[in-house]
Design a binder for this molecule. Structure first.
Ligand code: UDP
Length: 470
C-alpha cells in the first residue's frame, strides 16, 4: 500500500457502495452520450509526436479516443499541462477532447520525477468533474502513474477502472543499467493495479505472460492489441515515395523511426550499419555508397532527448558513417508513410518494447521489419514472413538480417505483401476501439447488475441505454 507518502486525504475517503447514477450528467437533462475518461498523465494526446517523450502512448490514447468517439462515446482525455503555452482544452473532434490539468510546474518534467505531482492531478480531475457536473463512471488509465490516479479515483467515487501499462517496470528494469529511485514505488503500484483494476488491457500475449509471471497471478487481463491508422499507413508506390523524398532508385534505405532513448537501441542499428557497409566493401551485391540509414524522430539536439541524439551522432562519427546517415528529425504521420514506403527495411532495435507501434506502421505500408525479439514485437512481426526477429543488442545479427533483406529482392517483395496484409487484417484502430468499447460496456453493465453477468453475452451493451452513433 502507498500510505504515508501522500497527503492524508488520499485514499481516506469512504468508498461509495451504491452506484451513483453513472449515466446522469448535470450538463444536459437527457443524456446523449456516455462520457468516459482516458487518463494519460505524461503522454499528452494533443502533443506533437516523435519529440521528447511523445511516442506510442500519445498516439494510442489519441487514436483510441477518436475511434471511441466515432463509436458513440463522449471521450475526455486527461493529461498534465506541461507548458503555459499549451491550451487547457483541445477539441479534436466534436466528441473527443484533451483536457490539460495543472499538476506541478507547467514545464516538461522527466517521468521519474513526476509521481510527486499525481495527488494534485487527482484533485484537479475531481475539480474538473465538479465544474462540469459530471461523474465519469469509467476511466481507462495509461502507464503506471495514471494507474495510480485511477486507483485513487476508484477509492473516492464509483468508477470502473481499466488499465493499460504501455511499459512494465518488472520487465524494463531487467534491461536498464541504472534503476531509478522511484522503481519500488512503480513496482508496487503496478501490482496493485493488476490486482485491483476491473480490467487490465494487455496489448500482446507476451505482456499478459509477463504480468502473470512477474507481477501477480491475481487479476483480470484482456488482450486487445494496439492499432494503426490504415487509411494513413497503407502501401503506395515506392517509386513515387522516393521521388517525393528525393531518394534515388539505386539507394538501399534502412529506416529507423522513433524517439531518441537509450532503450530504443539506436546504437545497435548504427553499429550494424557500419558492419554491413564493411561487408559490402568485399561483395559486388550493393555499392556501399548506396547504403542509406535514415533516422527519423527526435527534435532539436538541445531538447530533452538531445543527450541520446548527441551520443548517437558521436558513434556515427566514430564509424565514419556520415555519408551513409541522415538525421531526418521529427516527421508527422501525414508524411511518415512516405518514409516507410521509400525504405527497403525498417529496423526496430529496442532493448525492450511493450508493443512497438512503428512495427505495425511500417508493415502496414508493406515494408519488412527487422526487430529485436522482445515484447510485443514477437507478436506483431512474424519472422521470415513479415520481417526478421533478432536478439536485442546483437550488432552482427542485425547486420546479417538487414543484409539478407537488402540483397533478396524476390523474398522482400513477398514479405511486403504479407506484412501489409497482417496489419490490415489484425491491427486497425477501429477494430481495437470496437473491442475496447465492448469491454467498457460489459464492465458498466456489470457495475449496475452485479458480478453475475456472463461475458460471453454477444452484446452486453444491450443491457445499457443505447449509445448514440455519430
Ligand atoms: N513518431 C512520429 N514521428 C516521428 C517519430 C515517431 O510520428 O518523427 C511516432 C511513430 O509513428 C509511432 C510513435 O511515434 O506512432 C512511436 O511509438 P512506438 O510504440 O513505436 O514507441 P514509443 O515511443 O511508445 O516507445
Amino acid at each position: 500500500m502507498l500510505t504515508g507518502k501522500f497527503p492524508t486525504t488520499i485514499g481516506t475517503n469512504t468508498p461509495v457502495t451504491q452506484p451513483q447514477q453513472p449515466f446522469a450528467s448535470a450538463r444536459t437533462k437527457i443524456p446523449t452520450r456516455q462520457a468516459i475518461a482516458l487518463i494519460s498523465e505524461h503522454g499528452d494526446p494533443a502533443a506533437e509526436i516523435g519529440k521528447d517523450a511523445a511516442g506510442g502512448q500519445n498516439v494510442y490514447v489519441r487514436q483510441v479516443g477518436e475511434a471511441l468517439a466515432r463509436l458513440g462515446w463522449q471521450v475526455d482525455m486527461f493529461t498534465r499541462k506541461s507548458s503555459p503555452d499549451d491550451a487547457t482544452i483541445v477539441q479534436h473532434t466534436p466528441h473527443c477532447r484533451t483536457i490539460r490539468l495543472i499538476a506541478g510546474p507547467e514545464t516538461y518534467i522527466p517521468r521519474d520525477e513526476l509521481f510527486q505531482y499525481m495527488p494534485d492531478f487527482v484533485d484537479a480531475l475531481q475539480k474538473f468533474q465538479q465544474k462540469e457536473g459530471t461523474n465519469y463512471p469509467l476511466a481507462h488509465t495509461n502507464y503506471w502513474m495514471s494507474g495510480w490516479v485511477g486507483l485513487e479515483l476508484k477509492r473516492r467515487q464509483n468508477i470502473q477502472l481499466i488499465h493499460t501499462y504501455h511499459s512494465l517496470g518488472a520487465v524494463k528494469y531487467q534491461s536498464v543499467s541504472e534503476i531509478p529511485a522511484i522503481a519500488q514505488t512503480r513496482l508496487d503500484v503496478e501490482k496493485q493495479l493488476l490486482e485491483q483494476a476491473h480490467s487490465i488491457v494487455a496489448t500482446s500475449p507476451q505482456e499478459k505472460a509477463d504480468l502473470e509471471n512477474l507481477v501477480s497471478r491475481i487479476g483480470n487481463i484482456d488482450i486487445i492489441p494496439c492499432g494503426t491508422d490504415v487509411s494513413t499507413f497503407h502501401p503506395i508506390s515506392k517509386a513515387d515515395a522516393r521521388k517525393q523524398l528525393g531518394i534515388g532508385t539505386k539507394e538501399k534505405v534502412v529506416l529507423y523511426v522513433g524517439r531518441f532513448d537509450k532503450r530504443k537501441g539506436i546504437e545497435t542499428l548504427v553499429r550494424a550499419t557500419g558492419e554491413l557497409r564493411e561487408k559490402l566493401e568485399y561483395s559486388a551485391e550493393i555499392d556501399p555508397q548506396n547504403l542509406k540509414l535514415l533516422i527519423v524522430g527526435g527534435s532539436d539536439p538541445n531538447e530533452a532527448d538531445g543527450a541520446e541524439r548527441r551520443r548517437i551522432e558521436k558513434i556515427v562519427t566514430e564509424l565514419d558513417l556520415h555519408a551513409n546517415t541522415e538525421f531526418v528529425g521529427m516527421v508527422g504521420h501525414d508524411r511518415l508513410a512516405l518514409y516507410y514506403t521509400a525504405a527497403d527495411v525498417c529496423v526496430i532495435p529496442s532493448h525492450y518494447e511493450p508493443f512497438g507501434l512503428v512495427a505495425i506502421e511500417a508493415m502496414a505500408c508493406g515494408t519488412p521489419v527487422v526487430a529485436s525479439a522482445v515484447g510485443g514485437l514477437k507478436f506483431t512481426v512474424i519472422s521470415e514472413e513479415t520481417g526478421l526477429l533478432v536478439p536485442p543488442h546483437d550488432v552482427s545479427k542485425f547486420a546479417h538480417a538487414i543484409g539478407r533483406i537488402l540483397t533478396d529482392e524476390v523474398w522482400a517483395r513477398k514479405m511486403r505483401k504479407q506484412a501489409s496484409a497482417r496489419v490490415h487484417q489484425n491491427f486497425s484502430w477501429t477494430g481495437v476501439a470496437i473491442q475496447l468499447s465492448d469491454l467498457y460496456r460489459y464492465l458498466l453493465a456489470q457495475s449496475l447488475i452485479g458480478s453475475g453477468l456472463t461475458r460471453i453475452s454477444s452484446n452486453p451493451a444491450a443491457l445499457l441505454p443505447k449509445l448514440i452513433a455519430s
